[in-house]
Write a protein that binds this ligand. Sequence first.
Ligand code: UTP
Length: 409
Amino acid sequence: MEEMDKAREILKKYNQTHIKNLNKELAEQVLKIDFEQLQELYEQVNNKVADSDNIDNIEPVKAINPSKISKEELDNYIKIGENKVRSGKFAVAIMAGGQGSRLGHNGPKGTFTLTLNSKQKSLFQIIVEKLQDAQKKYNVTLSCYIMTSPENNDDTIDFFEKNNYFGYPKEYIKFFEQGEQPLLDKKGKVLIGENGLIKLASDGNGGIFYSMAKNGIIDDMKKKNIEWVFIGSVDNLLVKYVDTLLLGIAIDKKVKIATRTIIKNSPYEKVGVLCKRNGKVKVIEYTEIPKKMRFAVDETGEMIYGESHIMCNLFNIEAIEKASTKELKYHIAVKKSKYMNEDGIIIEPTEENCYKFEKFIFDSFCLFDEIAILRGKREEDFAPIKNEKGIDSPETAKKMYEEYIAKNV
Ligand code: UTP
């Protein structure tokens, strides 16, 4: 009873009185939500526009371009990276907590299956095979940490169980859940889902550091003497999870974070770009890039802000630990989401109807004065699956992957 009263008080205080049918489960959910923070986030929605053309103190970044350095130097970086992998002080983490809403696949995105060179493979299997290749090549079994969401955690674990972890030793794979935030409608009211509870959505891939700390993953890494962790996305068929070149560069340059980029294919491509703001590396998402930056070109006509973030990031354990203690900022996305209205009717919106609050992994870059940036190549590094059809779809990714394999294996 006390819980119900407390929840009612909170709802009143934060102007959420559209919630009428309070029950025990809903009250428990209300008590867990930080409505103070949610209110602040909603206030940011209206202030966002003012900042979108502000390019003060912004400058381009410098990336290491492998085609511009000697073979000897390149081989040396790779050797440094390979030695670290062999030492067992390197691990990987897969960000698999996203909702994959654009793809529309029923189930965790990593369970999406496609036919590659006549073999059916899920996105998870493709990644595990990369770890198995490293196992053979470097004679070491790498630890793999998989970030799920409360929504897809059980299905993800079931999938690995059913597939016998694709033959990888089960004890080297650990799952941990990321956090969630409520969805707010345009008036700042929490959306209610079909089950009568507040609708929650994963709070973005930047939640990874805090979730690692909270779930004992950082402690586990330290116990295993892991120094470096490659953190990648689940949906890029070409991501090099065991990126020895990036690792060697990070170690040689004595930085705590390194990222592999590619050049944006047009000012309109939906990727975040790197720049420096107030001297620190920052990524500006495609939804937030000011026009002056988007279209800026140098005297040769090349995009000045073309270095794109493709979720291929390497973190030293110290960087992970530091980021886990900092509150990364929330970004605002406008989404379309089904909900239950005050009369208990399920509404399927035809237009975007709510705000989603997400943290981004790259907001950790500015925690350090310098990070290493390595310019990769689209045809070797980036075949994402985002949409069901058209650009960045299973069809385009399959084609790129098969072409890459034909050339490189
Ligand atoms: P995206 O931001 O492209 O999201 O994720 P998504 O879930 O794949 O797809 P949409 O936007 O809903 O269509 C890039 C990577 O970050 C992970 C995703 O799983 C993917 O590997 N991610 C994203 C998380 O792990 N958690 C999140 O909260 C969001």
